[in-house]
Write a protein that binds this ligand. Structure first.
Ligand code: TYD
Length: 140
């Protein structure tokens, strides 16, 4: 089973430019409750380093590129996001790290829940323990 679940969003392009539509419960597989974006990243500094107990997210690199490490506690896979018409599913119970942000990178994330710090697992050892004891089951 791949840890890298990428969505290819249709691009409604014409000679005026490109247009991508994101709709909850359509090409985004949940109702969108929150949107945040990351920019002004610093070269050599990675982010993430957590998993969520229940939150599902889709990450879209609107400008530039960045790399993700996705880790389900058993396997790790890496992927580059470099196009605004691609979305990466960050499922619940997927430890993720983002790195190699290009200059001017803008990373937008859609989430199915509002912010809740208690949904985070920020200690890798706690994540591995939760995976091994099936405390939180991923929807897969
Ligand atoms: P965090 O999720 O740790 O960022 P990253 O995964 O990119 O490293 O969030 C950074 C800080 O911002 C942390 O203090 C929590 C806060 N935050 C919110 O208040 N609301 C949000 O929706 C998000 C995503 C983060």
């Amino acid at each position: 089973m791949s840890l890298i679940n990428l969505f290819d969003f249709p691009v409604l392009g014409d000679d005026r430019g490109a247009l991508v539509v994101l709709e909850g419960n359509h090409n985004i597989p949940f109702e969108i409750k929150r949107v945040y974006y990351i920019y002004g990243t610093v070269q050599g500094i990675a982010r993430g380093f957590h998993a969520h107990k229940t939150l599902k997210q889709v990450a879209i690199c609107l400008k530039g590129s960045c790399r993700f490490i996705m880790d389900d506690g058993k396997n790790k896979q890496e992927v580059t996001l470099a196009s605004p018409d691609k979305g990466l599913l960050i499922d619940s119970m997927q430890w993720h790290e983002m790195y190699d942000f290009s200059e001017g990178c803008i990373l937008m994330v859609l989430a199915d829940q509002v912010y809740d710090e208690s949904d985070y697992i920020r200690e890798y050892s706690t994540f591995i323990e939760a995976v091994n004891t099936h405390v939180y089951s991923s929807a897969k």
